[in-house]
Design a protein around this ligand. Structure first.
Ligand SMILES: *[C@@H]1O[C@H](CO)[C@@H](O)[C@H](O)[C@H]1NC(C)=O
Ligand SMILES: *[C@@H]1O[C@H](CO)[C@@H](O)[C@H](O)[C@H]1NC(C)=O
Length: 472
């Protein structure tokens, strides 16, 4: 009798895993690959750090095929890393295109200085003697430290940024240059690692030649950054699908100004009379990008509706500008709710296998924000079965049941959770489910039978003689 499938495959998979673990950790990561040229552009103009890296990679003629390229991050960077994306140049000259690649945290043994490795999977392996160009984007949140940590209403916000003058890499880097871009001319100080130069709002480190693997030269930049440090500590987005024609979205926000804490008293008079210098780092409005054809938009907090919001719509998008009741200064909080309806036919479709799916945008509709803790709850119509979320990155997932009016068995709800969410996470995701249209009749039938019972009761009442009259 042949052994059943699971008992056969489990030991094989385990063996394969052990083999791959042994072979990859015994292989030095720098084997064959070296970085011929690296250019790193660090964008510090906003509250979030964005790093654009271009790497020209070469595989040594005597090496074997390379299927991955490793990126190194310090443990602090890994803690604040929201997303890493990579593409590879293919084709020459005019036909050049950048193909997206998979990036995953690598389980390779730690490097000598404790750096963590991520591997970029190359798709087609890099043959010995070949070269290729990779473009990498990664985003760091909570990586700008306000200094001074407390400022008064009339002061500008200054922040520290820490990094390395040279690229942290497990490979030998032959030539490299690193740029740091700041929002204004006010740069208090920056570490020099010659050659270092400054042109306007940009500081250039390099060109450096011939850096050994795992090189790290710490630098510190101190500069002015008055962009809104809008941190959403918690966002819960609830999506309710009704097959009667709409998708209702309710978003609960806990917003905080994550910049230098405000000290002293707040003077509204000074704030309003000298808007350019007073409260330079505070913010009083935010922009939410919503899908086109939204309707019944509301914006309220615990007191009630907030009227200071403006909605602009065109055929591609809707923009909702919201203004909390008071401007937000460093350390201040506010909570509010945004709700809107969307037409069902724009978001829910029938899949080829006869099931249904909803196709929505992940992340947060408020632009230029960081969400520390995001929860998306997709409430499926009553009677839906086999829910299957499809999200292009790792999320924590579970199911729960929600109840609303007239529900008998409750609604299956798919809960997706993710920490450290930025604008780059605003990509489509889907939840597939099976739905039997007979369930659409459940609620109307209940209403009809309730009305019917009511009439029967009335008729019965009218035909019953309940009076305590004299009997003849
Ligand atoms: C708040 O606004 C919504 C949508 O505009 C409206 O339906 C609701 O009645 C308003 N509530 C109050 C308390 O004004
Ligand atoms: C989801 O919607 C986006 C546009 O909003 C579209 O590009 C994408 O192809 C859709 N995905 C599916 C699976 O329908």
């Amino acid at each position: 009798m042949p052994p059943s499938l699971p008992t056969l495959t489990t030991p094989i998979l385990l063996l394969l895993f052990l083999l791959s673990a042994v072979s990859s950790s015994s292989l030095p990561p720098e084997d064959g690959i070296r970085v011929v040229y690296s250019e790193k552009r660090i964008d510090l103009t906003g509250p979030i750090v964005k790093v654009f890296l271009t790497l020209k990679i070469e595989n040594a003629p005597a090496a074997s095929d390379a299927s991955q390229v490793l990126l190194a991050f310090t443990p602090t960077e890994v803690e604040h890393l929201a997303i890493v994306k990579a593409t590879r140049a293919e084709g020459k000259h005019k036909k050049k295109a950048y193909i997206p690649l998979l990036v995953e945290a690598s389980d390779l043994a730690a490097t000598p200085n404790g750096a963590r490795l991520y591997s970029v999977l190359l798709g087609t392996p890099l043959k010995p003697g070949e070269a290729t160009t990779l473009k990498v984007l990664y985003v760091l949140t909570h990586s700008l430290e306000p200094f001074p940590a407390e400022i008064s209403q009339s002061e500008s916000q200054l922040v520290y940024y820490r990094d390395s003058a040279v690229l942290l890499s497990p490979y030998h880097v032959l030539e490299q240059v690193n740029y740091i871009k700041m929002p204004s001319n006010r740069i208090e100080s920056f570490t020099r690692v010659d050659p270092t130069s400054r042109a306007g709002t940009e500081v250039k480190y390099g060109t450096y030649n011939n850096q050994m693997p795992n090189s790290y030269l710490p630098i510190l930049v101190h500069y002015e950054n008055n962009r809104p440090f809008a941190i959403i500590e918690e966002l819960v987005r609830k999506v309710e699908i009704s097959h009667w024609g709409n998708v209702q979205i309710t978003e609960q926000y806990k917003l905080k100004h994550g910049g230098a804490r405000h000290k002293g008293v707040f003077s509204r008079l000074e704030y309003q009379s000298r808007p350019s210098i007073s409260g330079a780092s505070s913010f009083k409005n935010l922009l939410a990008r919503l899908p086109p054809r939204v309707y019944s938009v509301y914006y309220r907090d615990e007191i009630g509706n907030i009227s200071s919001s403006h909605l602009r719509t065109d055929s591609h998008k809707s923009e909702l500008e919201i203004e909390p009741r008071y401007p937000l200064f460093g350390g201040w909080h506010c909570t509010f709710t945004i709700g809107y309806g969307l037409p069902l036919q724009d978001f829910v479709f029938e899949s080829i296998d006869g099931g249904r799916y909803i196709n929505l945008t992940f992340g947060c509709p408020l632009l230029d924000t960081v969400v520390d803790d995001l929860t998306i709850k997709v409430v499926l119509p009553e009677g839906s079965k086999n829910p299957q979320p499809v999200v292009p990155f790792l999320t924590e997932q579970h199911l729960e049941t929600s109840y609303s009016y007239l529900d008998v068995v409750g609604r299956t709800t798919v809960v997706l959770k993710k920490k450290n969410v930025v604008g780059e996470h605003n990509v489509p995701f889907q939840v597939h489910y099976d739905f039997n249209p007979i369930f659409m009749l459940a609620e109307p039938l209940m209403l009809i039978s309730a009305v019917f019972l009511f009439f029967v009761a009335c008729i019965a009442y009218l035909h019953m003689d309940l009076s305590i009259g004299k009997s003849s």
